[in-house]
Design a protein around this ligand. Structure first.
Ligand SMILES: Cc1cc2nc3c(=O)[nH]c(=O)nc-3n(C[C@H](O)[C@H](O)[C@H](O)COP(=O)(O)OP(=O)(O)OC[C@H]3O[C@@H](n4cnc5c(N)ncnc54)[C@H](O)[C@@H]3O)c2cc1C
Length: 382
């Protein structure tokens, strides 16, 4: 085989790819990133403020890399609940530019193109036939479609809108705002936060649907809500479709991010975990691990067991109607914060996730507990 020109070749320039590329460049490894484009990411990426702080420390050189929301509100039929865990939003332009700059500064190469195939974990074959050989090829080309998806339709309105989203805070989920007693399906919640330009982003969100909820249904729910509050939207909508059960698509190389199937199966989050994983992958390569060993680290038995349990949680949620979903989240967020936080993190141990699931079952009223346990049994059998 041709001797590797690069230590690491990364296919894809999303959060997962650039996190690995920058962490490798920081450690003195030679890096090439191949992607159709290296424009800044356009999605609004939310994460917990503590996760943002970790990324700032371990990956972003200590620079502040996003907006913070001290209040994180969940609104259910039981009322408002401040989670007392601040939320955050990634500053895409800054994080993207910081990561790219780290790669460039270390002599890394940015190649415009598409990787069609990865051979032997070491050779990235581009669509035009060019080959880039690395000690390790990292596959960060994003995920497959899946059958269940989170969907959301978001629009911006002039802020602040204190009766909808706490001023300076984030609305993680409001299960009361979008209710339509005449049409209770799909269960949908409102998500929202203030943006840097003074507008407030509001998203009508279907947590999980199989088949996915059509975006126009969410748009209509959002528009009805805006009309009730006399709000007018500005700018372009944000359309969200996140596959929740896509299998790992990364073949042949070291898959990371959505390509590794590492999107949270019940919530669709992956960015914080991808930013955390970059340095882990880089350390393994520096330590002499080859493609198979690094891939085994990313998709270890422990990590797969956690994803499996979280997938059961998704299947349970898929079976709940609007009222049951509201009751589920009332119970979920009354758990100790360590328990619900463990469930929301794809990097938690399987034991921590299982414990959170048992606690939420115990916290539900009898009817809800029956629904949850029936769902778990059904999901385990399927
Ligand atoms: C609108 C939206 C909002 C979201 N909001 C959140 C959120 O708030 N928080 C959160 O945690 N997650 C969120 N997600 C989910 C998920 O985290 C994102 O999808 C995230 O971008 C996944 O990161 P990634 O780097 O794994 O893949 P992607 O971001 O999909 O990046 C894939 C990269 O690979 C490149 N590529 C594709 N094909 C090839 C090829 N053949 N060769 C080379 N390169 C290729 C692409 O150009 C891109 O650069 C959101 C998703 C969407 C769609």
């Amino acid at each position: 085989m041709t001797s590797p020109r690069w230590d690491v070749v990364v296919a894809g320039a999303g959060p997962a790819g650039l996190a690995v590329a920058a962490a490798c460049a920081d450690r003195g490894l030679s890096v090439a990133v191949v992607a159709p484009s290296t424009r800044p990411w356009t999605h609004t990426y939310g994460l917990w403020a503590d996760e943002l702080a970790t990324a700032e420390t371990t990956l972003l050189g200590g620079a502040a890399a996003g907006a913070r929301y001290p209040t994180t509100l969940v609104r259910t039929g039981a009322g408002d609940h401040d989670l007392r865990r601040p939320y955050a939003r990634l500053d895409n332009e800054l994080v993207h530019a910081t990561l790219l700059e780290r790669v460039r500064a270390a002599g890394g190469e940015l190649v415009t193109g598409r990787v069609g195939q990865v051979r032997d974990g070491r050779v990235a074959v581009l669509d035009d036939g060019a080959e880039l050989t690395g000690t390790v090829v990292v596959d960060a080309r994003g995920g497959g479609p899946g059958t269940a998806q989170q969907r959301a339709w978001g629009e911006r309105v002039a802020g602040p809108v204190p009766d909808v989203v706490p001023v300076g805070g984030a609305l993680l989920m409001d299960w009361t705002a979008l209710r339509d007693p005449a049409d209770p399906r799909p269960p949908a919640f409102l998500y929202g936060m203030g943006l840097d330009d003074g507008t407030v982003l509001l998203e009508a969100t279907s947590l999980a649907g199989r088949p996915p909820v059509p975006l126009p249904a969410l748009r209509d729910r959002l528009h009805a809500h805006l009309a009730r509050h006399g709000l007018r939207s500005v700018g372009e909508p944000e359309k969200v479709a996140i596959p929740l059960d896509a299998r790992a698509t990364g073949t042949g190389g070291v898959p990371v991010g959505a390509a590794a199937g590492r999107v949270h199966p019940a919530t669709g989050y992956s960015v914080a975990s991808s930013l955390r994983l970059g340095p882990v992958v880089a350390d393994a390569v520096v330590g002499g691990a080859g493609p198979a060993e690094v891939a085994a680290l990313v998709r270890s038995r422990r990590r797969r067991a956690t994803l499996g349990l979280l997938g059961i949680g998704r299947e349970v949620l898929l079976g709940l109607d609007e009222a049951a979903t509201d009751r589920f989240f009332q119970a979920f967020f009354t758990l100790p914060s360590r328990a619900w936080a463990a469930y929301l993190d794809v990097d938690s141990s399987p034991a921590a996730v299982a414990a959170a699931m048992l606690r939420v079952a115990a916290a539900l009223p009898a009817a809800g507990r029956r629904t949850l346990l029936t769902g778990v049994v059904r999901a385990l059998r399927s």
